[in-house]
Write a new protein. Structure first.
Length: 179
């Protein structure tokens, strides 16, 4: 079970929460999210133990390889990457409420209409809901006179393409390592 937990997390496809759900469905093991973190950072499974603050090589057989442990630690180190979202809204994370400076959040209504509203982080406020089309029109009006020189626009496009290629290469590398 421990080896499978390490393998699942090393794939890079799971957060601790999704790992918890997967392990419950696959192995029937119900553990807290924080306990999964404790397991995944514990060097005991490499054949080591700590006694009075000093790490020793144990006589017990390691349950996982050093490379698997290192991959898991790399996934932990990279956990600050962009989170996958159920919905990608056009203006997510870009706007703040004019009334109380809270973030503006988006939600889908009736399966097709997108509305933006204050997240109410400081309690109720007077900002009304706004349809995405209306918000898009207003943003368009604000940005219509903006001029970006061709050289800068080309640099932005090149940078985005480079980032995309790098992200795809990293994804392919993780898939290869997970096999």
């Amino acid at each position: 079970m421990v080896k499978r937990i390490f393998e699942l997390y090393a794939s890079g496809e799971h957060s601790l929460i999704t790992l918890r759900k997967t392990v419950l469905s696959e192995l029937g093991l119900r553990l807290s999210r924080s306990y999964f973190e404790t397991i995944l950072k514990n060097r005991f499974f490499l054949g080591c133990f700590v006694w009075q603050g000093v790490q020793y090589k144990g006589t017990h057989e390691p349950l996982i390889s050093a490379s698997l442990f290192d991959r898991v630690q790399s996934v932990f180190a990279g956990r600050n990457k962009r989170k996958r979202r159920k919905h990608d809204f056009a203006f997510s994370g870009l706007l703040r409420c004019a009334h109380d400076a809270c973030m503006v959040t988006a939600e889908r209504q009736k399966g097709k209409y997108v509305y933006y509203r204050c997240s109410h982080g400081r309690g109720k406020c007077a900002l009304p809901y706004m349809r995405e089309e209306e918000l898009s029109d207003r943003m368009g009006e604000l940005l219509k006179d903006l001029y970006v020189p061709e050289t800068i626009a080309r640099g932005i496009v090149d940078s985005l393409q480079s980032d995309s290629a790098h992200a795809e290469a990293e994804r392919q590398k993780r898939i290869t390592e997970a096999r």
